[in-house]
Write a protein of this length. Structure first.
Length: 114
């Protein structure tokens, strides 16, 4: 059986986040969540529907704090990128290639950032 790497790319805004799921370098699903308990439950359900998904989001200052806290609380492995990339499709493709080249870090192996 071939394992397909699943990547969740999340574009975080003030009140909501856009989520794109990538498999084999193609976006297979896109949806929007609210940045609250209900939205994060929706995200958690989506994450749980895959084996070992990767989560990547752009650090957006105060707006990304709640999603970071949610991911840490639920023990999801994530990468927080500190760069601005305008288009979600470009972000996801960039992330996919970084993962393929083993250029992203594992959040479990890094010290928390302040």
């Amino acid at each position: 059986m071939i394992d397909i790497e699943i990547i969740f790319g999340i574009d975080v805004s003030k009140h909501s986040s856009n989520v794109a799921i990538l498999a084999d370098d193609s976006v297979i699903k896109e949806f929007k969540i609210t940045n609250d308990r209900i939205g994060y439950e929706t995200l958690d359900d989506a994450l749980n529907s895959f084996k070992s998904p990767k989560v990547i989001f752009e650090s957006s200052g105060i707006y990304s704090r709640s999603i970071r806290a949610f991911l840490q609380r639920k023990n999801w492995i994530y990468t927080e990128m500190k760069i601005a990339i305008a288009a979600m499709g470009r972000l996801i493709r960039t992330i996919y290639h970084l993962i393929k080249n083993n250029e992203l870090y594992d959040s479990r192996k890094c010290l928390p950032q302040h």
